[in-house]
Write a protein that binds this ligand. Sequence first.
Ligand SMILES: NC(=O)c1ccc[n+]([C@@H]2O[C@H](COP(=O)([O-])OP(=O)(O)OC[C@H]3O[C@@H](n4cnc5c(N)ncnc54)[C@H](O)[C@@H]3O)[C@@H](O)[C@H]2O)c1
Length: 324
Amino acid sequence: MIKVGVFGVGHLGKFHLNTWKNIEGAELIGFYDPNDEMAIQVEKEYKIKRYADAAELTAMADAVDIVAPTTHHFELTSMAIRKGKHVFVEKPLASTMEEAKEIVSLTREAGIKLQVGHIERFNPALLSLKGTQLNPMFIEVHRLAQFNPRGTEVSVILDLMIHDIDIILNMVNSDIRSISANGVAVMTDTPDIANVRIEFHNGCVANLTSSRISMKRMRKMRLFQKDAYIGIDFLEKKAEIIKMEPEPQKGQFTFDIETPGGKRTIAIANPVVPEENAMQLELQSFINSIRSNKPTAVGEMDGYRSMEVAHQIIQKIQRNQPVL
Ligand SMILES: NC(=O)c1ccc[n+]([C@@H]2O[C@H](COP(=O)([O-])OP(=O)(O)OC[C@H]3O[C@@H](n4cnc5c(N)ncnc54)[C@H](O)[C@@H]3O)[C@@H](O)[C@H]2O)c1
C-alpha cells in the first residue's frame, strides 16, 4: 500500500479526500491544512487524521497530494521531493517559471514520480476519442466559467486556459511558431478573460477563449482536420465526429452533399463516452505509475511546458496593455 497524505482540503481537496478512499493500492493516512476552522470540520466530517505539521505528514507518507493554492505548490512539492516522496500536484505545476524549473530538476535528481493534475486529460469525453486519429489543423476552444474568488490568486490563463494548453500541446505534434494574445482584468488584478491564437510550425492554429466572468459555463473544443470535424464537450461529457466517409460504417447516420469535387457522403457519429470519473482515473493512474515504476501520464515536463506557454501568453497580454 502506498501511504498518501493530502495537503489542502478546500474546495478541490475534499473531492480528493473522497476519491482516495476508492483508489486501489493507496492508503490515505491524513491531511494537512493550516486553516484551523476548515481542518477541524474536515477531521470531524471525513474521519481522517489531521496533521498539525506539514513536515510530519510528508515524513509519514510515501506520496503526497498537493491541493493547496498554487502559490504554495513549490514549497510543498520541493519539500516532498527532497524527502524522496512521490508527488501529485494540482495544476498549474507552480506559480513562476523559476519554481517550475526547480521542480523539474529536483524530480529528475530524486527519481521520484510526479504527476500534475491536468484532469481534463482523463475527461471521459476526450477518452471516447482514443481510437480516433486526431490531426487538427484548426482548433477552437471555449472554456467559460462563472466568477468565483477561488483560483483568482492567478490569472485566468493559469487557472482555466492551462487545461486546454496542456491538451493541445499533447495533441498537436509540432512546435509553436507564434502566439498572439489579449486579455482584460475585469474583476481582479489579473486577466479574467483572454483570447489567444497559437500558431504551430505544421500550420495548425489554435484559437482559445477562456473566461471566469461569464454568465454561463462552457468547456468545448472543436477540432477541424482533413475530412473531419470533431467536437468535444468536456462539461457535458459528449463527443461528436462528423466525417467525410467514402465507405460509411453500418448503422451510422449519413447524408450526401454536393461539393466542387462531386458528391460526398457525410457520416455523423457520437462515440460511446465511458462512464468514468476523471479524478478517480487520474489518481489511480498516479498510484499505478508508482507501483509499476512507469512514467506518470502527465509528468513534470508536461506541467512545465504548459506553464511555459501560459507565461508566454501572460507576457503578450501585458505587452498589449495600454500605457495610461
Ligand atoms: N484540476 C482542476 O480542475 C482544478 C480545479 C480547481 C482547483 N484546482 C487547483 O487546486 C488547488 C486548490 O484549489 P481549491 O479550489 O481547492 O482552493 P481552496 O482555496 O478552496 O482550498 C485551498 C486549501 O488549501 C489550504 N492551504 C493553504 N495553504 C496551505 C499549505 N501551505 N499547505 C496545505 N494547505 C494549504 C487552504 O487553507 C484551503 O483550505 C489550486 O492549485 C487550483 O489551481 C485544480
